[in-house]
Write a new protein. Sequence first.
Length: 136
Amino acid sequence: MTSAAFEEIVDDFDFLEDWEDRYRYVIERGKAMAPLDDALRVPATKVEGCASQVWLHARIEQGRFSFDGDSDAMIVRGLIAVLRALYNDRPVAEVPKVDATAELARLGLNDHLSAQRSNGLRAMIERIQMVAAEAA
């Protein structure tokens, strides 16, 4: 049920044994994302419950879900990139059915993020699933 893009991240994580390397990898994925247009950094796209500033802008085109996002924290930008690999280009009705907790557990992120980052990640997932459920 996961995308090829997410499976690539899983494979890369398996290859990288050291958590410092994995953190750098996640940060590099975030750096590779295009920045979110300033016009989309509005209260409606801001995710509450994150320690850092986070914005997610969802789109549904031809029944498929995707989103862009940004954060003022590099690791969070990287987590957004991971979530984009997990969710982008799925049929919108499928998005709320993704067990993001289980999928992200395959990366071991649950054990290596601070409580604040874990809460923020959960808030981003809830926002993604809520937007998709409303659109479906």
